[in-house]
Design a protein around this ligand. Structure first.
Ligand code: SF4
Ligand code: SF4
Length: 401
């Protein structure tokens, strides 16, 4: 056990936002992706969500407010690229050995460049072209703790020699669709995000191979995406366990490509999320399954007694079992916690001002929270409210914020 004062020091640093991730390595151990909730649904007969598909009740829901026929059509269509192009997610495709994904597909001479800054700029630029709203880079140390030990098929996660960088990409979600959660349009933007992840990582990986380097594209597989995004300087973790980006809040999906292309790495950022989450608790309040804790401070151990929670990390442990059970009940997924997060609100003078104060003057956090709540209070003003799905369908157009 790490000495108590070491834990206390980590707690202090984490709460001030000076430590992006805090783990007690004597307790925290890498775990298998098979213990992740979506994998357990397929094999764990002891879990009440075993073999329960989230759309199993869609027939009964069609026509109910928020669950239109076109909503289901669009939601399933949104996942189409992701579901039919699974080779984009190399590790999830048993027919495609990892070795084939690390070989160059071009006859051109290898692109040799030791200018790390230039290499990173190239990667970020092309990442934006391939659909990422933000791109960050981090390096995996030899005993990197956030990789899974095994994939869903029980194959060990073991990268080829030299593969030590992770290019982490954020894919923006449609803010207005997200605002309808837990209605169907929010699920449409989730599925669409996954399909665009497939496009972005497949293209980025091929780009790197064409330069003559190894590249392994990954979505949610191979390792935890949130710590990677934090280390790549793309945001901080919120109470609900998801990434909060300074510009897009929680309206993003994360994907990554591992490579041996030499790159300049980014560093974690702090814009006041850890302090703000201590007072905010909006995601906990609006979670329909009450799966997010209300305690002021994170803990080192999960209170949920679930194999899908991994103790030894200083964080708020989410009950992923009850979360998934709500998805089944809802007959689609849910993004309420992302929707209500004040950081998800679009940029603009007032929100940018609030973010400035949250970053530099955290003692004012309760005031900003009160203001956010007050502005959502007026019935005639849509500020911060769940968007009616009919309004979403009548809206002029996408996009973003
Ligand atoms: S996704 Fe929905 S049910 Fe799950 S933790 Fe977030 S708000 Fe709760
Ligand atoms: S809703 Fe509030 S408590 Fe939850 S992640 Fe966002 S800022 Fe943190």
């Amino acid at each position: 056990m790490v000495a108590l004062d070491s834990r206390k020091r980590m707690e202090r640093e984490f709460k001030k936002g000076k430590m992006p991730l805090a783990i007690d390595k004597t307790v925290y151990k890498r775990f298998s992706e098979r213990d992740m909730i979506f994998a357990r649904v397929m094999w764990d007969e002891t879990y009440s969500g075993y073999r329960r598909a989230i759309n199993e009740k869609e027939g009964a829901k069609v026509g109910m407010k928020g669950y239109s026929r076109q909503g289901y059509a669009a939601m399933n269509a949104a996942w189409m690229v992701h579901d039919t192009f699974r080779q984009a997610f190399s590790w999830e495709n048993p027919k495609q050995p990892v070795s084939s994904l690390t070989q160059s597909t071009t006859k051109l001479k290898k692109f040799e460049s030791e200018d790390l800054e230039k290499n990173s700029k190239i990667v970020k630029r092309i990442g934006n072209v391939f659909g990422a709203c933000e791109v960050g880079i981090t390096e995996l140390d030899p005993d990197y703790p956030y990789l899974y030990t095994h994939d869903r098929q029980n194959n060990p996660i073991d990268f080829p020699e030299g593969v030590k960088y992770a290019i982490v990409m954020l894919i923006q979600m449609d803010y207005h669709a997200l605002k309808t959660s837990p209605g169907l349009p929010a699920s449409i933007t989730t599925g669409n995000g996954y399909s665009r992840m497939a496009f972005a990582i497949a293209s980025m990986a091929d780009f790197l191979r064409n330069l003559g380097y190894k590249a392994i594209p990954a979505g949610n597989d191979t390792g935890l995406s949130v710590p990677l995004a934090i280390q790549a300087g793309l945001g901080q973790v919120g109470r609900n366990g998801l990434i909060i980006n300074p510009k897009y809040g929680q309206a993003v999906r994360i994907c990554k490509v591992y490579t041996d292309f030499p790159l300049k790495i980014d560093h974690p950022i702090n814009f006041g999320v850890h302090q703000f989450c201590r007072v905010c608790k909006k995601c906990a309040h609006y979670c329909p399954s009450q799966s997010i804790p209300y305690e002021d401070d994170p803990t080192w151990k999960s209170q949920w007694n679930s194999v899908s929670n991994n103790d030894g990390s200083y964080k708020y442990y989410v009950n992923v079992e009850t979360c998934y059970e709500f998805w089944v009940k809802n007959s689609t997924d849910c993004s309420n916690c992302m929707r209500v997060c004040p950081f998800t609100k679009p940029p603009g003078f007032a929100h940018d001002l609030a973010r400035f104060f949250i970053k530099y003057f955290p003692f004012l956090d309760p005031l900003w929270l009160k203001l956010d709540n007050l502005m959502s209070y007026f019935p005639w003003w849509q500020y911060g409210k769940k968007m009616d799905t009919e309004k979403f369908w009548k809206g002029k157009k996408y996009l973003g914020k």
